[in-house]
Design a protein around this ligand. Structure first.
Ligand SMILES: [Zn+2]
Ligand SMILES: [Zn+2]
Length: 165
C-alpha cells in the first residue's frame, strides 16, 4: 500500500479538497520527501510531537519506546530529507551533534537553545531576516539560506548551577 509511482515534482501544488479528516496530519510534509512511506510518516509525526529539539538518536529512542520497527539509519535519512525540504530547524549541541525540531510551515524560525537542558525558546528574528534579505538582494543572489544558532544556559540551569556551587 501507499506505493504509487507518482513523482512529486519541485514546487508545491496545493490541491483543492484537502481538508478531509481522512488524510494524515503530516501527509503534505511527507509528500515533500517524494514517495510517502509509513516510516516517513512515523518519523515526521514523532518529530512534530516533540516540543523541543531532539537528536536523531533521542527521536529513535522515543519511537522504539512506542514500539517502532524503524531503524536508526532510516531516522537519520528522513531527518536529512526533511531538513532539505525545509521542514526542520537544525542546531548543534555542545558535542556538535545535530538536533532537530519540526518546522510546521515554510517560514523558518530561530530559537534560543539551552546547552544544558535542551530547552528552546522561539525568537523574533525579524532583524536577521531583513538583513539576510538585504544581503541577498544587493549581491543578486537567489535562494539564499541562512543558519543562525543561539545557544546558552537558561535561567533554570543557571539557578540550579549556582545553588549547587
Ligand atoms: Zn537549561
Ligand atoms: Zn532566519
Amino acid at each position: 500500500m501507499a506505493d504509487t509511482d507518482e513523482q512529486t515534482g519541485p514546487g508545491s501544488h496545493a490541491g483543492p479538497g484537502a481538508p478531509g479528516g481522512r488524510s494524515r496530519p503530516y501527509a503534505r510534509d511527507v509528500a515533500l520527501l517524494g514517495r510517502s512511506t509509513p516510516q516517513r510518516s512515523e518519523i515526521l509525526e514523532a518529530l512534530a510531537a516533540r516540543p523541543d529539539f531532539a537528536s536523531a538518536q533521542a527521536l529513535h529512542h522515543a519511537m522504539q519506546t512506542a514500539g517502532t520497527q524503524t531503524g536508526l539509519s532510516t531516522v537519520y535519512r528522513v531527518l536529512a530529507a526533511l531538513t532539505k525540504a525545509g521542514r526542520t530547524e537544525v542546531v548543534r549541541d555542545s558535542k556538535g551533534e545535530r538536533l532537530y525540531r519540526y518546522r510546521p510551515d515554510a517560514d523558518h524560525a530561530h530559537y534560543l537553545l539551552c546547552r544544558r537542558c535542551g530547552r528552546s525558546l522561539p525568537l523574533d528574528a525579524g532583524p536577521v531576516e531583513a538583513w539576510a534579505e538585504l544581503i541577498a538582494r544587493s549581491y543578486g543572489f537567489a535562494e539564499v539560506q541562512h543558519t543562525v544558532e543561539l545557544t546558552g544556559t537558561c535561567t533554570t540551569c543557571t539557578a540550579a548551577e549556582s545553588a549547587a556551587g
